[in-house]
Ligand binder design. Structure first.
Ligand code: 5GP
Ligand code: ZN
Length: 113
């Protein structure tokens, strides 16, 4: 997707603070962190949102969930963490490339909404 900011980050056209990469997954620090650890984990293929996951691209989403424990371990999140994806208007999704927020490094608020 030529006008997608996260596709540009994956391609290295926009700089990012990379924390993990494999053939299917890219992870980098959120520019506006909401917790001591706030990482965005994205599929390298452009998928617009959780609402756009299909049989064809679900494997790349599964690869994200394989990467999460590795990233959490490398960030020292031994006490746990939270994974969130915002979807669409009501979910307040601002970047239309599927991404999972990995939040941790402190006791997070009990309330999610
Ligand atoms: P959303 O609101 O779509 O769930 O989350 C988008 C996230 O992307 C926000 O937390 C925002 O801070 C982050 N973000 C937006 N633009 C950039 C950028 O250019 N670089 C990085 N590292 N994070 C970004
Ligand atoms: Zn994209």
């Amino acid at each position: 997707m030529s006008n997608c900011i996260f596709c540009k980050i994956i391609a290295g056209e926009i700089p990012s603070s990379k924390v993990y990469e494999d053939d299917a997954v890219y992870a980098f620090r959120d520019i506006n962190p909401m917790a001591p650890v706030h990482i965005l984990i994205v599929p390298k293929v452009h998928v617009a949102s959780a609402n756009d996951v299909t049989a064809e691209n679900a494997a790349s989403v599964a690869r994200i969930f394989e990467a999460i424990p590795k990233i959490a371990a490398s960030e020292g999140l031994v006490n746990g963490y939270r994974v969130i994806t915002n979807c669409g208007e009501d979910g307040c999704q601002s970047v239309k490339h599927l991404h999972f927020h990995l939040l941790g490094g402190k006791k997070l608020p009990e309330s999610m909404a």
